[in-house]
Design a protein around this ligand. Structure first.
Ligand code: ACO
Length: 336
């Protein structure tokens, strides 16, 4: 079967920056509390005419430019997001805005903060077994839309962003995906979710058992509910295991990892995973101080900054892992 390799990356963030001090104006918190517990100092938030599709398109354009691939040569666009502008899927709008004239298949993948890793592996499967060649994988989220801005336990954590990579088919000798590992556990949903609100009017019955509330009102989603301590424990337990399992499938030792590019949720989670894998901090990529937790966007955003700043170099081995709501988690060992 065919190989696949990473040939480009890009990212985009909204203009509006919100500092920890700005947040301390709206909830009872402080810059010190937030930076000591999370490592986050500021985050970007969509405002005005910004939207997630536009950010995703900007990130995608940069990835195509780096790879020197024309949008008409795309075979597939995977938009990994849990906060789409269209409930039916936002990926076709990205294809439209990129000006793709060949109508590539475009669809959304919903797996919260694990979305990008799942998208990457799905792209590889499409290339290896499905006859696709140029696959754009976008991770983009705007959790600011579902944050309860009165809840200091969650509103300090999240930011909005988009990141993209281009994965391309190649011969097996050049294959750049060495191993991966993906999981989910619905039992943990209670620790992190944003679920649909019950339609109370529609559920109301009269004394004869007939529905009173017809026609139903449109539904909406609740804000993000999170038990931070449980999510923390889950991440620190499952992420190192997952990376070790991906390394085993790749037949590589942890010492072969040049860069650890984890989902950027909390600096303490990143540090704990690096310690478990015995990786020195010089090999760990972290940019969450500037962007907070950007969900599905965080890995391609961190990767893109590290590539463009010259940290990550061609031929190096990257261990990446996503984890979050679902619960979902997964990792991949790839060559840049
Ligand atoms: N400012 C000041 N005080 C606060 C704040 C805040 N922003 N938030 C909570 N506190 C208070 C609490 O009220 C509590 O006070 P109490 O002791 O008087 O009750 C105290 O600080 C400790 O609260 P904890 O929630 O126990 O704090 P913890 O040390 O667990 O840190 C945190 C909270 C930072 C959220 C941490 O649990 C964490 O990072 N967890 C992982 C969360 C995460 O990464 N989620 C995203 C997953 S990815 C995805 O899919 C979206």
């Amino acid at each position: 079967s065919k190989g696949c390799k990473l040939v480009g990356c890009g990212s985009a963030v909204p203009a509006l920056e919100i500092s920890n001090d700005d947040l301390s104006q709206i909830v009872d918190t402080s810059d010190e509390w937030i930076s000591v517990r999370t490592g986050i100092r500021r985050r970007r938030v969509l405002s005005g005419k910004d939207n997630l599709t536009t950010l995703a398109v900007e990130a995608a354009r940069k990835a195509l430019e780096m790879a020197k691939v024309d949008s008409d040569d795309l075979d597939l666009i995977l938009m990994c997001t849990s906060t789409p502008e269209d409930l039916f899927g936002s990926a076709p709008q990205i294809s439209k805005q990129l000006g793709c004239k060949t109508n590539p298949l475009s669809y959304d993948i919903t797996a919260a903060c694990s979305g990008f890793v799942l998208g990457l592996i799905s792209a590889a499967c499409h290339i290896r077994g499905g006859g696709f060649n140029n696959v754009l994988v976008i991770g983009a989220d705007a959790l600011s839309r579902y944050v309860d801005w009165t809840d200091r336990g969650t509103c300090i954590l999240f930011g909005d962003a988009a990141g993209a990579v281009l994965l391309q088919g190649c011969n097996t000798e050049e294959d750049g995906l060495f191993g991966f590992d993906l999981h989910s556990d619905g039992n943990g949903q209670r620790h992190l979710n944003a679920t649909i609100k019950e339609n109370e009017s529609y559920n109301a019955l009269d004394s004869n058992g007939s529905v009173l509330g017809f026609p139903p009102k449109p539904s909406s989603y609740s804000c993000i509910q999170m038990n931070g301590k449980e999510v923390f424990r889950f991440a620190v337990r499952c992420v190192p295991q997952s990376i070790e399992s991906a390394l085993e499938k790749a037949g590589l030792p942890a010492s072969s990892i040049d860069w650890l590019v984890l989902h950027q949720a909390n600096q303490r989670i990143i540090d704990a995973v690096a310690t478990r894998l015995e990786l020195p901090s010089e090999r760990v990529i972290s940019n969450l101080a500037n962007y907070g937790n950007t969900s599905a966007a965080s890995i391609p955003l961190a990767l893109d900054e590290a590539v463009r700043s010259g940290k990550v170099q061609a031929g190096q081995t990257i261990a990446t892992a996503g984890f979050g709501a679902g619960l979902t988690w997964g990792s991949a060992i790839v060559r840049w």
